[in-house]
Design a protein around this ligand. Structure first.
Ligand code: UDX
Ligand code: UDX
Length: 472
């Protein structure tokens, strides 16, 4: 099928490349000339696993990039809208980009088209997109508007697209649903997975994925409700972690105990420094705002957001309790991205914490495997960026772990200890076993687990490697 995807950001570019991999002919439209030139020239603008392979495979063949929305609409049976929906100051979703694209689409419709919302939008957006297209010359019989929410996590977005837990199609007419069914057929009938060149299957994937067809409004709600529920899970376990810290329990043990209940499940129960990213923070605010607009005061979401913010303050208090005063202290920082596997720093808790610590007068030397370029734009020259974890630790009063990159969980602990001025690690992502850290001579702070330190309570004359961790 001929498909247009409007917006070549994290969502649009991945969707475009994956739709091409399903066998469709895709035109990705963007109004940012610089981005287009880079994409046309073979660059891969974001760090995303398997995206380079897909772009190399399809660019110029089944995947083209253009700034000509009119032509793309005329050539396509389905037009996916994947432009940004940033929050306004009041926390609502700013839908002006969506509206302007809808207006642009209206003038170009020349035969039956399905206009698909891919961006995360509030529940009434389908109705508005339809109204805007009608107002700008579209004929009701020439188009339908559908919602097809994405559940892509940055870092694993390509496999999330191609091996989804489910495909949700929100369509209010059988004709419109049929177009979307056809687009996703290679996934839902399983034929994509038989192709030798298919992107490899991740561990947990259930094949083929179920197709869920709903009304457009329900699909819009599925997206907001899914993200709000996942964020609630994270805030819930962060609140439990705080209680664990107060009573001396271990949140990882608690997680194992509750996560094995199949009704709860073990995923998205990792405590840390709170959720960030371009979705959860903005979607929770937008969901709360839309609920309020329709007369429901969704106070549960207020609390989810409050716990998330508090989690960052708690981390700063931990740094203070480890180092006493902060002015002039040198800190090594591992991680700038909002999560592992991406170069995205939007709403990154790591960046927020670094900014607070800089304000307190700390000197920071940081390393991230992918996010230096974007972090440099956000932080300016205030932070020294280095090329590996050990350089970040060199001469530091303490090492802070702020992003859950896999490579941070398998560092050479002897080398790390030798690099640090004091062997203090404050881990905001619980990447290490406290016993192991104490065994290597570290004072180790983590989230929801007892502080371990080899020094104060260790019996005299015992080598660091033989010392048992101790609580304080
Ligand atoms: C997306 C969704 O839009 C958002 O709702 C979801 O919650 C997260 O992901 P993302 O892909 O991350 O956003 O956005 P961004 O990286 O900002 O990309 C949007 C693209 O659309 C940009 O390349 C921008 O140039 C383009 N754009 C924007 C247009 O082509 N036309 C416009 O009118 C506005
Ligand atoms: C999220 C949703 O997961 C995805 O379905 C949706 O389409 C877009 O938003 P993303 O923001 O890319 O994806 O990343 P995600 O893996 O959900 O992580 C979001 C934040 O929560 C990160 O800051 C991450 O570090 C944090 N997190 C995640 C936790 O603190 N604990 C967890 O257990 C999981």
């Amino acid at each position: 099928m001929q498909i247009a995807v409007v917006g070549s950001g994290y969502v649009g570019l991945v969707a475009g490349a994956c739709l091409a991999d399903l066998g469709h002919d895709v035109i990705v439209v963007d109004n940012d000339q610089e981005k287009l030139a880079a994409l046309q020239g073979g660059e891969v603008p974001i760090h995303e696993n398997f995206l380079p392979e897909l772009l190399a495979r399809h660019r110029g063949v089944r995947l083209r990039f253009s700034d000509d929305l009119d032509n793309a609409v005329r050539a396509s049976s389905a037009i996916f809208i994947a432009v940004g929906t940033p929050p306004t100051e009041q926390g609502e979703a700013d839908l002006s980009y969506v509206e302007s694209v809808a207006r642009g689409i209206a003038g170009a419709i020349n035969s039956y088209k399905v206009v698909v919302e891919k961006s995360t939008v509030p529940v009434y957006t389908c109705d508005w997109v339809r109204r805007i297209i009608l107002r700008n010359g579209g004929h009701a019989e020439h188009f339908d508007v559908a919602s097809n929410p994405e559940f892509l996590r940055e870092g694993t977005a390509v496999t999330d697209f191609l091996y989804p837990d489910r495909v949700v199609i929100g369509a209010d007419s059988p004709r419109c649903a049929a177009v979307l069914r056809e687009i996703y057929a290679p996934l839902t009938d399983g034929t994509y997975y038989l192709r030798p060149e298919a992107i490899p299957r991740p561990d947990r994937a259930q094949l083929p994925p179920p197709l869920i067809v709903t009304g457009a409004k329900s699909a819009e709600l599925i997206k907001h409700a899914s993200n709000a529920f996942l964020a609630m899970k994270i805030s819930f376990i962060n609140a439990v972690a705080s209680i664990c810290e107060s009573v001396g329990a271990d949140v990882q043990q608690v997680c194992r105990g509750i996560g094995t209940d199949s009704r709860i499940g073990p995923r998205f129960l990792n405590p840390g420094i709170g959720y960030g990213g371009s979705c959860f923070p903005k979607d929770l605010m937008a969901f709360r705002a839309v609920a309020r607009e329709y007369g429901y005061d969704f106070r549960l979401l207020d609390e989810v957001i409050r716990i998330n913010e508090d989690q960052r303050q708690r981390f700063i208090r931990k740094v203070r309790s480890a180092l006493w005063t902060l002015r002039g202290k040198r800190l090594g920082v591992l991680g700038l991205a909002f999560k592992g596997g991406t170069d995205d720093i939007r709403e990154s808790p790591a960046i927020v914490l670094i900014q607070s610590l800089l304000q307190e007068g700390c000197q920071i030397c940081a390393y991230d495997p992918a996010a230096h370029l974007r972090a440099r734009e956000a932080l300016g020259g205030a932070v020294m960026l280095v090329e590996n974890a050990y350089d970040a630790a060199r001469g530091a009063d303490a090492l802070l772990i702020l992003t859950e990159w896999e490579e941070f969980s398998s560092l050479d602990l002897k080398r790390l200890r030798a690099a640090l001025r004091y062997p203090i690690v404050i881990d905001g992502r619980n990447l290490y076993d406290p016993e192991l850290m104490a065994g290597h001579g570290f004072t180790y702070y983590s989230v929801g687990r007892p502080l371990v330190s080899p020094e104060p309570l260790a019996p005299a004359g015992v080598a660091p490697s033989e010392r048992k961790s101790s609580l304080s």
